[in-house]
Design a protein around this ligand. Sequence first.
Ligand SMILES: NC(=O)C1=CN([C@@H]2O[C@H](COP(=O)(O)OP(=O)(O)OC[C@H]3O[C@@H](n4cnc5c(N)ncnc54)[C@H](OP(=O)(O)O)[C@@H]3O)[C@@H](O)[C@H]2O)C=CC1
Ligand SMILES: O=C1Nc2ccccc2C1=O
Length: 305
Amino acid sequence: MSIPTTSSGIPRLAFGCGTYYFKYGSDTVNQQLVDITKTALSKGLRHIDAAECYNVDKELAKAFAESGLSKEDYFVTEKYFAGAGDYSVRSKEANPYLHLKAFLERVSIPYADLYLLHSPFIKKETHGFTLVEAWKYMEQCKKEGLAKRIGISNFTVDDIEEILKEASVKPEVHQIEYSAFLQNQTPGVVDFCKEHGIELEAYSPLGPLTKGDKTTEVGKKFDDYLNSLEKKYGKTKTQILLRWVDQKGIIPITTTSKESRLDEFLDVFSFELTPEEVKTITEIGAQYRPPLRQFWIPEFGKYDQ
Ligand SMILES: NC(=O)C1=CN([C@@H]2O[C@H](COP(=O)(O)OP(=O)(O)OC[C@H]3O[C@@H](n4cnc5c(N)ncnc54)[C@H](OP(=O)(O)O)[C@@H]3O)[C@@H](O)[C@H]2O)C=CC1
Ligand SMILES: O=C1Nc2ccccc2C1=O
């Protein structure tokens, strides 16, 4: 089994090396991540989502080398660690261009398929360059072939507009938190990206399943509806939610601690929800209050009031 790609060549489901595997600040190599990445690659799940702050370069270097695959056979995303909204932490490297060069050397691959600014929290006083200048470093990465595509993560519409004003290459991908219970990470961002031809990736797509409250009226209604779809299609709720994200035109980024679940991920494209079912999940999910937000709460929680 393999994962279909978008028209621009991005595999339509990714395996994430953050969250469960996030090990910022730890130098111990996580053999579980090495093993599951190798298994994912061998099964055909070949879109790997990494980031500087996940600190998984050693694991990826090992998994890729031991996979026996050539670079063209798998898709790697890396993210430059811009830091958080309090500007207290950031990348070890002096700028996004130098970070990507160091990453490629550490992981022993010639290029990244996608390189993202992990967040927009960049300013001259703390980073030595502005957000627009950071984007220029990203453009340099693309120009030199170090990154096939460049993009952003966790940007508001205003942040994207700031970049678009000065960009020679516009962001090709925007990675945001997105699930049935959080359908706009920040106001208007999904429609804005769609209107500007920026492909969207959804992290934490399974939030409704892992963190949703089934004791609320909407949570229960949503779960009941997923139960009915589970029965109809003979697919798990995990698969139904991932397929819903895909049918919304967004690339889900999920992860797992269990090898058995990789087969579930690989079997997301063998069924199709009807337009009415996609609409019903969208409508019930949108009623969930407050929206289910798991990341960047100090920065974006204000939008949930
Ligand atoms: N750009 C950014 O700022 C961010 C990017 N990310 C990226 O997105 C990736 C995925 O994020 P994440 O939030 O983990 O994504 P998901 O919402 O897909 O959650 C994945 C988790 O869901 C669990 N799960 C799956 N099915 C079920 C089920 N039926 N019942 C209970 N639990 C289930 C898995 O556990 P199990 O082990 O049991 O399968 C796994 O730990 C990250 O690894 C990272 O690469 C994440 C956060 C921020
Ligand atoms: O996977 C992730 N876990 C995180 C925690 C805080 C900020 C970003 C992330 C990720 O990208």
